[in-house]
Each structure stands twice: as C-alpha cells, then as structure tokens.
Design a protein around this ligand. Structure first.
Ligand code: NAD
Length: 321
C-alpha cells in the first residue's frame, strides 16, 4: 500500500494537474462511467465534530475509494485546521487498499479546480474582471485557479467580514493582478466572472446586481440551508452543475428548486459540456451559473494523480498491510 502524507502533497500536484484530473472525472460522471455513492455526514456527539464519507467508482479512470473526514471546530486551539480528511484508494480488481493520501490540501485544490473548469468552459473568452465573493481559506485557492483560465486584468472582491480581504489582496498581489475591495453593486457591475465561496445561509448576490454575459461559479453552498445567490438570479441563468442529484439537495440549486422556479431538467452537467454532448455558453450576453457542490469522484481523481506522481518520481512510500 502506498502512503502519500499530507506534507508531500504540496510538492506533488499542481493546480493544472488537479484541473485535468477533475475535468476527466466530470466527463466520466456525465458519461455514466463513474458514480458517486451516497454521502454520509453525521454529528458524532464528541468535540462537536461532523464526520463522514464521500465515495465512488470511476470505471474509466479505475479510481475506487472514499474520502473520510469532516469538521472539528475546536481544532484551531490544537494548532490544527478544522477541516480534516484522508483519501483511501482501493484496487478495483481485488478490493485491496492501494493508497492512503492526505486529503486536506487536495480538498482545497479539487474545489478550486472545479470552479476553474467551469470558467474554462462557460466564461466569455474575453473576460477581464474577476469578482470574488468570500475571502476565507478557500477563496485564495479559487482565485489562483481562476487566473489560469482567462487573462484577468483585475480582481474586485467583497466579503461579509471585510477584515479578511487583505489576505486575498496579498494573493492577487503575488499574482500581479490589481485588487480592489468594493461594494456588491460595483462588483456585479464590473465583473465578467464571479466566484462565490462563503458559508452564507442568506442570499448575497441579487439578480439586479449581475450584468448580462457574467459567468458565476457558486462554490460555497454544500449543505442544506446554505445560500449565496438569490433564487431569482439563479433561475435567470443558464445552469450547470457537477452532479444534479447533489446540487438539488445540498447545492445552490436547492432553493430555486424548492420554490418551483427551476426543475432538475433545467440544469446541465458540466461533464456533458466538456465532452460536447450539450452546449455550454451560447451567447455573449447569457448569464451562466455553475453550482459546484463538491463530489467524491473529484477527491478520488486528485488523490489518484498524487499517487501516480509519487510513483513516477520515486517518492512513494510503500508498506505491507
Ligand atoms: P472559511 O471559514 O475559511 O471562510 C468562510 C467565508 O464565508 C468567509 O469569506 C466569511 O467571511 C464568509 N462568511 C461567514 N459567515 C458569513 C455570513 N453570515 N454571510 C456571508 N458570508 C459569510 O471557509 P472556506 O474553507 O473558505 O469555505 C467556504 C465555503 O465553501 C464553506 O461553506 C465550505 O463548506 C464551502 N466549501 C465547498 C466546497 C465544494 O466543493 N463546493 C469545498 C470546500 C468548501
């Protein structure tokens, strides 16, 4: 069995590796050669922790496994990050455990890769201004991945906690892209692409704040009750997601679906856009929206990439089980 410790992941996989791996996983999902299994997420009644599994099998990529982990709110006081996860990959021929891979950084990278893939396939080619709604842990990953997809000349950002914005500004500075903290009206007025990555339970962006031609990547809503854009904005857009079943239950789609404003058939799978089976953006003034909910097959795809790279570079640690 191969072990890729958390500390090795940073030097093994790049954002580009993750974008490629996630893109392929989305296609396999849309072509029904890969399946996510039901998600388990439970409050364990200890340390206020939430623990669960995301799992699946990709017959094409031969990725079988699960990500186990969750949220430990008291970890900060122990010098650890609150989100903890580990990916377990199994040999689909035999069921033997093939690899154990640290999943914390990989989770951030695969989430950034998902919004980047949506920008690659759905944003206008001439997009120049990137709007960031959110400035927490994930926001800087989403920003780094987004700027690889279009020649963004400026970042405009808004956050519910404005004191968190300088950290995001520092990332933009490192990427040599001008950064401005703005009010939401101006963000919507200027941005060609907007990424929302917050833990909000109330709609932040409204329909009247987004101009024609915008691409929205809504990445923060991954739980029942969370919401980042109002249902009217959601319903006015051409809609895409990673997995429809998950989007309508725990993704941004849940609200417009519950209000009867859209039906599951109105939402396209991003994998089908990538493979060319359904159209993506069809006009320059269309608003496109990607509801990125985060699926297990994304985790397996990037963990598999990490394992293959560790083997190729001769750094894989192998043990007998
Ligand atoms: P974080 O705790 O580091 O940051 C939280 C962000 O939400 C900050 O920008 C904060 O200011 C903002 N926020 C907090 N309360 C708010 C409120 N009441 N209204 C508006 N904004 C508020 O979290 P993170 O790691 O950056 O993750 C952000 C979100 O993304 C979380 O909801 C997380 O569950 C989700 N997430 C989704 C995926 C996916 O695959 N879709 C993957 C990872 C994380």
């Amino acid at each position: 069995m191969i072990i890729v410790p958390e500390s090795a992941v940073r030097d093994l996989v790049s954002l580009e590796d993750c974008v490629n791996a996630v893109e392929k996983a989305f296609v396999s999902m849309a072509e029904r050669s890969a399946q996510n299994f039901p998600v388990v997420r439970e409050a364990i009644g200890y340390e206020d922790a939430l623990f669960g599994f995301k799992s699946g099998f990709n017959r094409e990529g031969l990725a079988l496994g699960l990500k186990a982990g969750g949220f430990w709110p008291n970890n900060a006081s122990k010098g650890l990050t609150n989100h903890q996860s580990t990916v377990f990959l199994f040999d689909p021929e035999t069921g033997r455990c093939r690899a154990v891979v640290g999943g914390n950084l990989l989770t951030a990278l695969r989430t950034a890769a998902a919004s980047a893939v949506s920008i690659k396939y759905l944003a206008r080619k001439d997009a120049k201004v990137l709007g960031m709604v959110g400035a927490g842990h994930q926001a800087s990953f989403q920003l780094r991945a987004a700027v690889q997809q279009r020649a963004f000349e400026k970042v405009v950002a808004w956050n519910f906690h404005p004191e968190m914005l300088p950290k995001l500004a520092a990332v933009a500075d490192e990427l040599a892209i001008p950064f401005e903290a703005v009010e939401l009206d101006r963000l919507g007025d200027e941005a060609d692409v907007i990424i929302t990555i917050t833990s909000s339970f109330q709609p932040i962006l409204k329909a009247q704040q987004v101009r024609p031609g915008t691409h929205l990547a809504c990445m923060g809503t991954d739980t029942k009750g969370k919401q980042e854009v109002d249902a009217a904005l959601f319903a006015s857009a051409t809609l895409f997601t990673d997995e429809i079943a998950q989007a309508i239950s725990i993704g941004e789609s849940q609200h417009a679906i519950a209000q009867g404003l859209v039906a599951p058939v109105d939402i396209g799978e991003i994998g089908a856009v990538i493979s060319g089976r359904i159209p993506g953006r069809s006009s320059a003034d269309q608003v496109t929206l990607f509801d990125g909910t985060g699926v297990g097959l994304q985790d397996l795809a990037v963990a598999q990439a990490a394992v293959e790279l560790a083997i190729a570079r001769g750094t894989a640690v192998e043990i007998e089980i």
